[in-house]
Design a protein around this ligand. Structure first.
Ligand code: NAI
Length: 338
Protein backbone atom coordinates (compact mmCIF):
# COMPACT_ATOMS: atom_id res chain seq x y z
CA UNK A 1 0.00 0.00 0.00
CA UNK A 2 1.15 3.61 -0.54
CA UNK A 3 1.49 5.53 2.80
CA UNK A 4 -1.91 7.24 2.58
CA UNK A 5 -3.71 3.95 2.16
CA UNK A 6 -1.68 2.45 5.01
CA UNK A 7 -2.72 5.26 7.28
CA UNK A 8 -6.35 4.94 6.25
CA UNK A 9 -6.28 1.22 6.88
CA UNK A 10 -4.82 1.59 10.37
CA UNK A 11 -7.29 4.32 11.30
CA UNK A 12 -10.09 2.11 9.99
CA UNK A 13 -8.89 -0.68 12.25
CA UNK A 14 -8.57 1.67 15.24
CA UNK A 15 -12.09 2.88 14.76
CA UNK A 16 -13.44 -0.62 14.28
CA UNK A 17 -11.71 -1.81 17.48
CA UNK A 18 -12.94 1.24 19.34
CA UNK A 19 -16.46 0.46 18.28
CA UNK A 20 -16.10 -3.18 19.29
CA UNK A 21 -14.84 -2.19 22.77
CA UNK A 22 -17.61 0.31 23.33
CA UNK A 23 -20.12 -2.32 22.31
CA UNK A 24 -21.83 0.21 20.08
CA UNK A 25 -24.73 -1.44 18.29
CA UNK A 26 -24.19 -2.02 14.64
CA UNK A 27 -24.36 -4.68 11.99
CA UNK A 28 -21.96 -5.73 9.27
CA UNK A 29 -23.49 -5.33 5.83
CA UNK A 30 -22.10 -6.27 2.39
CA UNK A 31 -23.41 -4.96 -0.92
CA UNK A 32 -22.55 -7.16 -3.94
CA UNK A 33 -22.77 -5.11 -7.14
CA UNK A 34 -22.03 -1.92 -5.18
CA UNK A 35 -20.67 0.07 -8.14
CA UNK A 36 -23.84 -0.24 -10.23
CA UNK A 37 -26.82 2.02 -10.82
CA UNK A 38 -28.58 0.66 -7.74
CA UNK A 39 -25.41 -0.25 -5.84
CA UNK A 40 -23.98 3.28 -5.61
CA UNK A 41 -26.97 5.13 -4.13
CA UNK A 42 -27.69 2.03 -2.01
CA UNK A 43 -24.14 2.15 -0.63
CA UNK A 44 -24.56 5.86 0.13
CA UNK A 45 -27.85 5.32 1.95
CA UNK A 46 -26.48 2.37 3.94
CA UNK A 47 -23.48 4.50 4.99
CA UNK A 48 -26.08 6.89 6.46
CA UNK A 49 -27.88 4.11 8.37
CA UNK A 50 -27.03 4.25 12.10
CA UNK A 51 -27.62 0.48 12.45
CA UNK A 52 -24.63 -0.25 10.20
CA UNK A 53 -21.14 -0.39 11.77
CA UNK A 54 -19.22 -1.99 8.88
CA UNK A 55 -20.10 -1.67 5.19
CA UNK A 56 -18.36 -3.89 2.61
CA UNK A 57 -18.69 -2.79 -1.04
CA UNK A 58 -17.99 -5.54 -3.60
CA UNK A 59 -18.10 -5.32 -7.39
CA UNK A 60 -16.18 -6.58 -10.41
CA UNK A 61 -15.50 -2.96 -11.48
CA UNK A 62 -14.86 0.36 -9.72
CA UNK A 63 -15.39 -0.95 -6.16
CA UNK A 64 -12.43 1.04 -4.81
CA UNK A 65 -13.57 4.28 -6.45
CA UNK A 66 -17.03 4.05 -4.94
CA UNK A 67 -15.52 3.06 -1.58
CA UNK A 68 -13.07 5.98 -1.53
CA UNK A 69 -15.92 8.36 -2.33
CA UNK A 70 -18.40 7.02 0.24
CA UNK A 71 -15.78 6.56 2.96
CA UNK A 72 -15.44 10.37 3.20
CA UNK A 73 -19.00 10.72 4.51
CA UNK A 74 -18.85 11.63 8.22
CA UNK A 75 -21.24 8.93 9.40
CA UNK A 76 -20.45 6.00 11.71
CA UNK A 77 -20.05 3.02 9.41
CA UNK A 78 -16.55 1.89 8.45
CA UNK A 79 -16.43 1.27 4.65
CA UNK A 80 -14.17 -1.20 2.85
CA UNK A 81 -13.97 -1.98 -0.87
CA UNK A 82 -13.45 -5.37 -2.54
CA UNK A 83 -12.75 -5.80 -6.24
CA UNK A 84 -13.28 -8.95 -8.28
CA UNK A 85 -13.79 -12.62 -7.57
CA UNK A 86 -10.49 -13.16 -5.63
CA UNK A 87 -11.76 -10.68 -2.98
CA UNK A 88 -15.31 -12.05 -2.71
CA UNK A 89 -14.57 -14.21 0.32
CA UNK A 90 -12.97 -11.33 2.26
CA UNK A 91 -15.97 -9.16 1.37
CA UNK A 92 -18.39 -11.72 2.81
CA UNK A 93 -16.64 -13.03 5.91
CA UNK A 94 -18.47 -12.09 9.11
CA UNK A 95 -21.41 -10.31 7.47
CA UNK A 96 -24.84 -10.14 9.16
CA UNK A 97 -26.70 -8.96 6.05
CA UNK A 98 -25.79 -9.32 2.36
CA UNK A 99 -27.64 -7.20 -0.22
CA UNK A 100 -27.32 -8.32 -3.87
CA UNK A 101 -28.03 -5.83 -6.70
CA UNK A 102 -25.39 -7.42 -9.01
CA UNK A 103 -26.29 -8.16 -12.61
CA UNK A 104 -27.59 -6.59 -15.80
CA UNK A 105 -30.76 -4.44 -15.84
CA UNK A 106 -33.49 -4.28 -18.51
CA UNK A 107 -33.49 -2.22 -21.69
CA UNK A 108 -36.68 -1.17 -23.51
CA UNK A 109 -38.56 -4.16 -24.94
CA UNK A 110 -37.00 -6.64 -22.48
CA UNK A 111 -38.84 -8.56 -19.79
CA UNK A 112 -37.18 -9.38 -16.47
CA UNK A 113 -37.02 -12.98 -17.67
CA UNK A 114 -34.76 -11.93 -20.57
CA UNK A 115 -32.10 -11.22 -17.92
CA UNK A 116 -32.10 -14.82 -16.72
CA UNK A 117 -29.18 -16.14 -18.75
CA UNK A 118 -26.67 -13.59 -17.42
CA UNK A 119 -27.96 -12.97 -13.92
CA UNK A 120 -28.61 -16.60 -12.96
CA UNK A 121 -24.89 -17.40 -13.16
CA UNK A 122 -23.90 -14.24 -11.26
CA UNK A 123 -26.33 -15.01 -8.43
CA UNK A 124 -25.11 -18.61 -8.25
CA UNK A 125 -21.47 -17.55 -7.83
CA UNK A 126 -22.27 -14.92 -5.22
CA UNK A 127 -24.47 -17.33 -3.22
CA UNK A 128 -21.74 -19.98 -3.27
CA UNK A 129 -19.55 -17.36 -1.59
CA UNK A 130 -22.23 -16.60 1.00
CA UNK A 131 -22.69 -20.31 1.80
CA UNK A 132 -18.95 -20.58 2.41
CA UNK A 133 -18.18 -17.33 4.23
CA UNK A 134 -21.32 -16.08 6.02
CA UNK A 135 -23.89 -18.90 5.95
CA UNK A 136 -25.90 -17.28 8.77
CA UNK A 137 -26.31 -13.90 7.07
CA UNK A 138 -29.70 -12.62 5.99
CA UNK A 139 -29.71 -12.29 2.18
CA UNK A 140 -31.68 -9.54 0.39
CA UNK A 141 -31.80 -10.53 -3.29
CA UNK A 142 -32.51 -7.69 -5.74
CA UNK A 143 -31.05 -9.12 -9.01
CA UNK A 144 -33.75 -9.94 -11.56
CA UNK A 145 -35.69 -12.01 -12.37
CA UNK A 146 -36.31 -12.21 -8.59
CA UNK A 147 -39.00 -14.88 -9.20
CA UNK A 148 -36.18 -17.16 -10.44
CA UNK A 149 -33.06 -15.86 -8.66
CA UNK A 150 -34.51 -16.58 -5.19
CA UNK A 151 -35.14 -20.26 -6.11
CA UNK A 152 -31.59 -20.35 -7.59
CA UNK A 153 -30.13 -19.05 -4.33
CA UNK A 154 -32.18 -21.58 -2.34
CA UNK A 155 -30.82 -24.46 -4.44
CA UNK A 156 -27.23 -23.22 -4.03
CA UNK A 157 -27.68 -23.05 -0.25
CA UNK A 158 -29.34 -26.49 -0.15
CA UNK A 159 -26.40 -27.99 -2.06
CA UNK A 160 -24.00 -26.39 0.41
CA UNK A 161 -26.10 -27.59 3.38
CA UNK A 162 -26.62 -24.04 4.68
CA UNK A 163 -30.19 -23.33 3.52
CA UNK A 164 -32.40 -21.56 6.07
CA UNK A 165 -35.56 -20.39 4.24
CA UNK A 166 -36.25 -17.58 6.74
CA UNK A 167 -32.98 -15.86 5.82
CA UNK A 168 -33.40 -15.76 2.03
CA UNK A 169 -35.55 -12.79 1.05
CA UNK A 170 -36.37 -11.53 -2.45
CA UNK A 171 -36.73 -7.74 -2.45
CA UNK A 172 -40.20 -6.69 -3.69
CA UNK A 173 -40.28 -3.45 -1.68
CA UNK A 174 -40.18 -1.29 -4.82
CA UNK A 175 -43.57 -2.69 -5.83
CA UNK A 176 -44.94 -1.67 -2.42
CA UNK A 177 -43.28 1.76 -2.61
CA UNK A 178 -44.83 2.33 -6.06
CA UNK A 179 -48.22 1.03 -4.91
CA UNK A 180 -48.21 3.38 -1.91
CA UNK A 181 -47.28 6.32 -4.16
CA UNK A 182 -49.82 5.66 -6.93
CA UNK A 183 -52.67 4.85 -4.50
CA UNK A 184 -51.92 7.99 -2.48
CA UNK A 185 -52.12 10.02 -5.70
CA UNK A 186 -55.58 8.63 -6.49
CA UNK A 187 -56.82 9.12 -2.92
CA UNK A 188 -55.24 12.56 -2.50
CA UNK A 189 -53.28 11.39 0.56
CA UNK A 190 -49.66 11.65 1.71
CA UNK A 191 -47.95 8.40 0.54
CA UNK A 192 -46.43 8.00 4.00
CA UNK A 193 -49.93 7.40 5.38
CA UNK A 194 -50.76 4.68 2.86
CA UNK A 195 -50.05 0.95 3.22
CA UNK A 196 -50.73 -1.31 0.21
CA UNK A 197 -49.93 -5.03 0.54
CA UNK A 198 -48.39 -6.34 -2.70
CA UNK A 199 -48.18 -10.12 -2.93
CA UNK A 200 -47.17 -12.81 -5.46
CA UNK A 201 -43.83 -12.09 -7.12
CA UNK A 202 -41.81 -9.37 -8.81
CA UNK A 203 -42.68 -9.36 -12.52
CA UNK A 204 -45.72 -8.41 -14.63
CA UNK A 205 -48.91 -10.16 -13.55
CA UNK A 206 -47.15 -11.83 -10.62
CA UNK A 207 -47.12 -8.40 -8.94
CA UNK A 208 -50.51 -8.47 -7.22
CA UNK A 209 -51.51 -5.37 -5.25
CA UNK A 210 -54.31 -6.10 -2.76
CA UNK A 211 -56.28 -2.87 -3.15
CA UNK A 212 -59.12 -4.26 -1.02
CA UNK A 213 -56.72 -4.28 1.97
CA UNK A 214 -55.32 -0.76 1.66
CA UNK A 215 -54.85 1.18 4.86
CA UNK A 216 -56.41 3.58 5.63
CA UNK A 217 -59.59 1.71 4.60
CA UNK A 218 -60.94 3.04 1.29
CA UNK A 219 -62.69 1.84 -1.83
CA UNK A 220 -61.96 2.12 -5.56
CA UNK A 221 -64.18 2.12 -8.64
CA UNK A 222 -63.56 -0.75 -11.10
CA UNK A 223 -61.77 1.77 -13.38
CA UNK A 224 -59.51 2.92 -10.54
CA UNK A 225 -58.74 -0.70 -9.61
CA UNK A 226 -57.81 -1.50 -13.22
CA UNK A 227 -55.71 1.65 -13.61
CA UNK A 228 -53.84 1.17 -10.32
CA UNK A 229 -53.20 -2.56 -10.81
CA UNK A 230 -51.80 -1.96 -14.30
CA UNK A 231 -49.67 0.97 -13.22
CA UNK A 232 -48.21 -0.92 -10.24
CA UNK A 233 -47.50 -4.00 -12.39
CA UNK A 234 -45.84 -1.89 -15.11
CA UNK A 235 -44.10 0.72 -12.93
CA UNK A 236 -40.72 -0.81 -13.76
CA UNK A 237 -41.38 -0.66 -17.49
CA UNK A 238 -42.46 3.00 -17.13
CA UNK A 239 -38.94 3.77 -15.85
CA UNK A 240 -37.16 1.52 -18.39
CA UNK A 241 -38.93 3.34 -21.24
CA UNK A 242 -38.30 6.81 -19.79
CA UNK A 243 -34.59 5.98 -19.43
CA UNK A 244 -34.64 4.82 -23.08
CA UNK A 245 -31.77 2.32 -22.94
CA UNK A 246 -29.90 3.78 -19.96
CA UNK A 247 -31.16 1.09 -17.57
CA UNK A 248 -34.03 0.51 -15.16
CA UNK A 249 -35.08 1.94 -11.79
CA UNK A 250 -32.00 2.66 -9.67
CA UNK A 251 -32.74 5.58 -7.33
CA UNK A 252 -36.24 4.53 -6.24
CA UNK A 253 -34.86 0.98 -6.04
CA UNK A 254 -31.99 2.04 -3.78
CA UNK A 255 -34.54 3.82 -1.57
CA UNK A 256 -36.71 0.68 -1.49
CA UNK A 257 -33.71 -1.59 -0.84
CA UNK A 258 -32.66 0.51 2.14
CA UNK A 259 -36.21 0.57 3.49
CA UNK A 260 -36.19 -3.24 3.39
CA UNK A 261 -32.61 -3.68 4.65
CA UNK A 262 -33.32 -1.32 7.56
CA UNK A 263 -36.38 -3.42 8.46
CA UNK A 264 -34.20 -6.57 8.37
CA UNK A 265 -31.64 -4.92 10.68
CA UNK A 266 -34.34 -3.76 13.10
CA UNK A 267 -35.61 -7.35 13.11
CA UNK A 268 -32.09 -8.65 13.79
CA UNK A 269 -31.81 -6.18 16.68
CA UNK A 270 -34.97 -7.68 18.16
CA UNK A 271 -37.43 -4.84 17.52
CA UNK A 272 -41.07 -5.94 17.75
CA UNK A 273 -43.66 -5.59 14.99
CA UNK A 274 -41.36 -5.17 11.97
CA UNK A 275 -43.53 -6.15 8.99
CA UNK A 276 -42.65 -5.95 5.26
CA UNK A 277 -43.64 -7.73 2.05
CA UNK A 278 -40.99 -10.05 0.59
CA UNK A 279 -40.65 -13.00 -1.82
CA UNK A 280 -39.82 -15.94 0.44
CA UNK A 281 -40.22 -19.70 0.91
CA UNK A 282 -43.84 -20.00 1.88
CA UNK A 283 -46.81 -22.28 2.46
CA UNK A 284 -49.39 -19.57 1.86
CA UNK A 285 -50.14 -21.05 -1.59
CA UNK A 286 -49.23 -24.38 -3.18
CA UNK A 287 -46.09 -22.73 -4.66
CA UNK A 288 -42.76 -23.12 -2.82
CA UNK A 289 -42.10 -19.33 -2.92
CA UNK A 290 -44.54 -16.46 -2.71
CA UNK A 291 -44.41 -12.80 -1.67
CA UNK A 292 -46.58 -11.75 1.26
CA UNK A 293 -46.22 -9.66 4.37
CA UNK A 294 -43.83 -11.24 6.86
CA UNK A 295 -42.71 -10.34 10.39
CA UNK A 296 -38.95 -9.84 10.51
CA UNK A 297 -37.02 -10.88 13.61
CA UNK A 298 -33.64 -12.12 14.84
CA UNK A 299 -33.74 -15.13 12.50
CA UNK A 300 -35.18 -13.40 9.42
CA UNK A 301 -38.78 -13.89 8.25
CA UNK A 302 -40.11 -15.38 11.50
CA UNK A 303 -43.78 -15.28 10.65
CA UNK A 304 -45.37 -15.41 7.20
CA UNK A 305 -48.80 -13.84 7.02
CA UNK A 306 -51.72 -15.30 5.09
CA UNK A 307 -53.24 -13.40 2.17
CA UNK A 308 -56.38 -12.33 4.03
CA UNK A 309 -59.76 -11.92 2.33
CA UNK A 310 -59.51 -11.26 -1.44
CA UNK A 311 -62.21 -9.82 -3.70
CA UNK A 312 -63.17 -11.38 -7.03
CA UNK A 313 -60.75 -9.18 -9.04
CA UNK A 314 -57.88 -10.22 -6.77
CA UNK A 315 -58.84 -13.92 -6.87
CA UNK A 316 -58.63 -13.85 -10.68
CA UNK A 317 -55.30 -11.97 -10.44
CA UNK A 318 -53.99 -14.54 -7.97
CA UNK A 319 -54.61 -17.41 -10.37
CA UNK A 320 -52.76 -15.61 -13.19
CA UNK A 321 -49.90 -14.73 -10.85
CA UNK A 322 -49.52 -18.32 -9.63
CA UNK A 323 -49.47 -19.71 -13.16
CA UNK A 324 -46.60 -17.44 -14.24
CA UNK A 325 -44.75 -17.79 -10.94
CA UNK A 326 -44.77 -21.59 -11.12
CA UNK A 327 -42.83 -21.47 -14.40
CA UNK A 328 -40.28 -18.92 -13.14
CA UNK A 329 -39.65 -20.91 -9.95
CA UNK A 330 -39.16 -24.16 -11.89
CA UNK A 331 -36.78 -22.40 -14.28
CA UNK A 332 -34.63 -21.21 -11.36
CA UNK A 333 -34.60 -24.59 -9.61
CA UNK A 334 -33.65 -26.50 -12.77
CA UNK A 335 -30.82 -24.06 -13.55
CA UNK A 336 -28.98 -25.45 -10.50
CA UNK A 337 -30.28 -29.05 -10.54
CA UNK A 338 -29.66 -29.75 -14.24
P1 NAI B 1 -26.10 -1.94 -13.29
O1 NAI B 1 -25.65 -2.61 -14.53
O2 NAI B 1 -26.09 -0.46 -13.24
O3 NAI B 1 -25.23 -2.46 -12.06
C1 NAI B 1 -24.98 -3.81 -11.86
C2 NAI B 1 -23.65 -3.95 -11.16
O4 NAI B 1 -23.41 -5.35 -10.94
C3 NAI B 1 -22.46 -3.42 -12.01
O5 NAI B 1 -21.69 -2.51 -11.25
C4 NAI B 1 -21.70 -4.67 -12.36
O6 NAI B 1 -20.29 -4.46 -12.44
C5 NAI B 1 -22.04 -5.56 -11.17
N1 NAI B 1 -21.76 -6.96 -11.44
C6 NAI B 1 -21.89 -7.66 -12.59
N2 NAI B 1 -21.47 -8.92 -12.42
C7 NAI B 1 -21.09 -9.03 -11.14
C8 NAI B 1 -20.56 -10.08 -10.36
N3 NAI B 1 -20.34 -11.29 -10.88
N4 NAI B 1 -20.29 -9.83 -9.06
C9 NAI B 1 -20.51 -8.61 -8.54
N5 NAI B 1 -21.00 -7.58 -9.21
C10 NAI B 1 -21.28 -7.79 -10.51
O7 NAI B 1 -27.57 -2.51 -12.96
P2 NAI B 1 -28.63 -1.93 -11.90
O8 NAI B 1 -29.52 -0.96 -12.57
O9 NAI B 1 -27.92 -1.55 -10.66
O10 NAI B 1 -29.53 -3.25 -11.65
C11 NAI B 1 -28.99 -4.38 -10.98
C12 NAI B 1 -30.00 -5.51 -10.92
O11 NAI B 1 -31.14 -5.15 -10.12
C13 NAI B 1 -30.59 -5.90 -12.28
O12 NAI B 1 -30.66 -7.31 -12.36
C14 NAI B 1 -31.98 -5.31 -12.24
O13 NAI B 1 -32.87 -5.99 -13.10
C15 NAI B 1 -32.33 -5.50 -10.79
N6 NAI B 1 -33.44 -4.68 -10.32
C16 NAI B 1 -34.27 -5.21 -9.37
C17 NAI B 1 -35.34 -4.51 -8.88
C18 NAI B 1 -36.22 -5.11 -7.82
O14 NAI B 1 -37.24 -4.51 -7.52
N7 NAI B 1 -35.88 -6.24 -7.23
C19 NAI B 1 -35.63 -3.15 -9.36
C20 NAI B 1 -34.67 -2.65 -10.30
C21 NAI B 1 -33.62 -3.40 -10.77
Amino acid sequence: HPPVLQMEESSVLRRANCRAKGGAPGFKVAILGAAGGIGQPLAMLMKMNPLVSVLHLYDVVNAHGVTADISHMDTGAVVRGFLGQPQLESALTGMDLVIIPAGVPRKPGMTRDDLFNINAGIVRTLCEGIAKCCPNAIVNLISNPVNSTVPIAAEVFKKAGTYEPKRLLGVTTLDVVRANTFVAEVLGLDPREVDVPVVGGHSGVTILPLLSQVKPPCSFTPEETEYLTNRIQNGGTEVVEAKAGAGSATLSMAYAAVKFADACLRGLRGDAGVVECTFVASQVTELPFFATKVRLGRSGAEEIYQLGPLNEYERVGLEKAKEELAGSITKGVSFIRK
